[in-house]
Design a protein around this ligand. Structure first.
Ligand SMILES: Cc1ncc(C[n+]2csc(CCO)c2C)c(N)n1
Length: 228
């Protein structure tokens, strides 16, 4: 599908790693969510790991508050932390509870290496670098799920096995989160790199962070499939 409009920065970075981006957004795990053929066991394995993933992503978005330079940046990061810890994680808890997996079991789940690699890579990008380094590493997760949600919703029926998951991300509410983050990111880039950011000496490093995080999303799906 054509790229959703989540701003200029996303458009450039997505284009800058298209083979990786397609490997992420058209992964076999994603296709299985769409056509309902993904084994339930693989989905639950993914969901348990994703709960732990979200714990660390909440820490990374909290670091975004620390590294912000404007109140607007701070507001978007703080709202994302709230959405993650008070809403998105609750969805995982609910789905897992219905399958007999308790919240304590989720919190105590042993992290797979792909999970450790991705979350700690993002946290380190933010610790080592500035706000843009952190955002470039966080961007694929936000925008990728938005694009996947829209893509899958085109062909999914309401009674499909993973319709709930798909609708969470295809929903206008989540799509507006992507638009808000995209706008904030464009502003953050313009503020630090000027009007022609891709010509900046920093661009290659930022693209590299986005590409690496995208590749780590691919590995995360691979890990999910291994749970079968
Ligand atoms: C492996 C993995 N990648 C991306 C997301 C989606 N996601 C993670 S943080 C965030 C921002 C707040 O909504 C979103 C959408 C996920 N759940 N798991």
């Amino acid at each position: 599908m054509t790229a959703p409009n989540y701003g200029q920065t996303f458009a450039h970075m997505r284009e800058g790693c298209l083979p990786s981006w397609q490997a992420y957004t058209r992964h076999a795990f994603v296709q299985g969510l769409g056509d309902g053929t993904l084994p339930r066991k693989a989905f639950l394995h993914y969901l348990v790991q994703d709960y732990v993933f979200l714990v660390h992503f909440s820490r990374a978005w909290s670091l975004g508050v620390v590294k912000s330079e404007t109140l607007d940046e701070m507001k978007v990061c703080a709202a994302t932390v709230d959405a993650l810890v008070n809403h998105e994680m609750a969805l995982h808890v609910k789905t897992c509870a219905a399958e007999g997996i308790s919240e304590q079991q989720l919190f105590d789940a042993r992290e797979e290496v792909e999970n450790i690699a991705y979350t700690r890579y993002v946290l380190d990008a933010g610790l080592q670098g500035d706000f843009l380094d952190l955002m470039a590493a966080l961007a694929p997760c936000v925008f990728g799920y938005g694009e996947i949600g829209l893509q899958l919703a085109q062909t999914t029926n309401a009674d499909a096995p993973y319709a709930g998951w798909i609708n969470t991300y295809a929903d206008p509410e989540y799509q507006s989160v992507c638009a808000t983050v995209g706008e904030m990111l464009d502003g953050a880039v313009a503020r630090r790199l000027g009007d022609d950011p891709t010509a900046s000496a920093r661009w290659a490093t930022l693209q590299d962070r986005f590409t690496t995080a995208t590749d780590l999303e691919v590995r995360f799906w691979d890990m999910g499939l291994r749970g079968v």
